[in-house]
Design a protein around this ligand. Sequence first.
Ligand SMILES: [Zn+2]
Length: 299
Amino acid sequence: MNEIVLGDVSITRVMEYFGSVELSPSTFFPDSSDDAWRRNEDWLAPDFWDPAADVCVSAIQTWLLRSAGRTILVDTGVGNHKQRPHAKVWDHLDTDFLGNLSRAGVSPEDVDLVINTHLHNDHVGWNTYLDDGSWVPTFPNATYLMPRRDFEYWDPDNGHVPRRGRGNENVFEDSVAPVRDAGLVELWDDGFDIDGALRLEPTPGHTPGSSIVALESGTDRALFVGDMLHTPLQFLEPEVNSCFCVDPDSRGRRAVASSAGPPTPTRWCSPPIWAATVARNCAATEKGSPSRSGRRSPG
Ligand SMILES: [Zn+2]
């Protein structure tokens, strides 16, 4: 079980995917230099980069938080059976994510709150599942928190035209609109207090409404950074955007990088926890080691 406790909040990693994203560093991070990857190869490989295949390695996962008596999910991955014609790795994915969630002790009906840090395809997928040909909310008793700026940016009723790429094609229709139509969405603007330990903060860059979740409980602190960082190399070079950044503003990434300090094996843990920085000893996360190969969903 990938679980740690920070203050009064327990944190469990629920994996959906770990492996190649079929993008070379120069494609995924066009602003980065070959030299930067080579200089840092000794710690980027193999968890974040496969130099032999020249592909980036990534984890898609949900953070399960138990805080103030509620069950909370931070980001919901890619989802199953989603049609993603411009995101080949995620097209019609079929994993046992809900089985992994169940093995963490949570059924879909138990979830009180779903947080989508932003509305990219790999952060909203399990918002819905395919039921007899229709996309319906996976977590029927949850409130889904979404940043209003992203919601309005991708809402087709607002005449959305993608600024960069078409990887988010179909996403609003199959993963956002169904929960909106079910009356489960709450939009927020300039920060949102989830409870006494957790707060959503808008963070400039990546997408118009991209956000992070800040945890502060007792003496413990953590940031769930969404896509402010796609690779720990961005700790060293926070001005480097990914090819998925529709907003090139790097202020949010620079703020996260400076608050977390330089990456170390301890801070990033091993295997990579990828989407969070935990500012204390992370040894507990080493208990559950995900597989590096294929489209498996380790539990
Ligand atoms: Zn993103």
